[in-house]
Unconditional design. Structure first.
Length: 339
């Protein structure tokens, strides 16, 4: 049977239309991507800045490069009916200065324009000049954050009495010295100090006001290191750090006041109380200065040693009331906003 010329043209057109519909997703692929804007468009040379790339044709991303260094793709923000216009990446470490950010997809590589420039900024080498002048900074320090006159909030809970004492007027003086930027790592140094204070506790059902001292043994020397983001699940795009500040303190007892009588004491823990301060911190790293660090855990209260005529009796009584394992503590170090 012969097919007319008109009918052959119609069939050919139908085949072309159907083929175009079937092959559209692959044959009609999006064009080359375009980077229109970076938010933010600058960050430190050690990298880790979370950058939002705004543009067009940002789907099927194969790589994102800051100059010749590859960034880490975190998220593609796409809608089913509209070409992808947003991309979230993490900047790599880089030398100071401006560099072009290019996106490569199945459709090609983005062309250079004014909106794709990212400025790498060398962080201030030392923020804590007084520590540098005093020769306190460890070898290899690249940058430093001062933690002078930071507020300390503390609570110690005795398991036997099931009662807590609150640290009064606590202060932390120290610094963080960063010795690497990618990943971030360094050391933490400092001393917790507190003025003598009083706490009210119940002893055998009777309210007693106890005079206390809290004295750190030597300077705490700890560490801060970047860890997997999954350890800080609260925020998806922040960096995560682990802080460790092993601390030992002597807890002293200066007096006990019962109804109608005050008894002076000269007592302290026979050995220092160990406070292995450890916590995960949500970044950026500067958070340790402004946002603060919160540590919780348990420790063992050692026996108490008292001096004076009744020292033996006082030692036995206080040790029986306080000494033992699994006593909870909570320590927060944060920037002092007032005073």
């Amino acid at each position: 049977m012969r097919v007319s010329a008109c009918r052959r043209i119609a069939l050919t057109m139908a085949v072309v239309v159907v083929s175009a519909m079937v092959l559209a997703p692959s044959a009609m692929a999006a064009g080359a991507p375009t980077v229109e804007k970076l938010e933010p468009n600058s960050g430190p040379t050690y990298g880790g800045t979370i950058v939002r790339i705004v543009g067009v044709n940002l789907e099927e991303v194969r790589s994102v490069e800051f100059g010749v260094l590859q960034g880490k793709i975190i998220e593609e923000k796409c809608e089913s009916t509209v070409p992808c216009r947003e991309l979230v990446v993490e900047s790599p470490s880089h030398v100071p200065g401006q560099t072009e950010v290019t996106v490569t997809t199945a459709g090609g590589t983005s062309a250079r324009n004014e909106g794709d420039l990212f400025n790498y900024i060398q962080p201030e080498k030392l923020i804590c000049q007084s520590e540098e002048a005093a020769g306190k900074l460890p070898p290899g320090t690249l940058s430093c954050i001062s933690l002078e006159n930071h507020e300390v909030l503390g609570r110690l809970t005795d398991r036997k009495l099931n009662q807590s004492i609150e640290l009064q007027e606590g202060t932390f003086n120290g610094f963080v010295a960063f010795t690497s930027f990618f990943p971030i790592g360094g050391t933490i140094h400092g001393i917790i100090a507190a003025k003598p204070f009083e706490a009210t506790i119940k002893v055998f059902g009777v309210a007693a006001k106890v005079g206390l001292t809290f004295e750190q043994v030597g300077e705490a020397n700890g560490s801060i290191e970047e860890i997997a983001r999954s350890n800080c699940p609260a925020e998806l795009f922040q960096r995560c750090f682990h802080e460790s500040i092993p601390t030992q303190v002597n807890l002293g007892f200066t007096s006990i006041t019962l109804p109608g009588v005050t008894i002076p004491l000269s007592c302290k823990t026979a050995t220092p109380v160990s406070l292995p301060l450890e916590a995960n911190l949500l970044g950026p790293a500067e958070t340790i200065n402004g946002g603060g660090s919160h540590f919780t855990g348990t420790t063992t209260f050692p026996t108490v040693k008292c001096e004076g005529p009744l020292g033996t009796v006082e030692s036995v009584v206080l040790s029986a009331l306080l000494s033992g394992p699994n006593n909870a503590y909570s320590i927060t170090i944060r920037e002092r906003f007032f005073g």
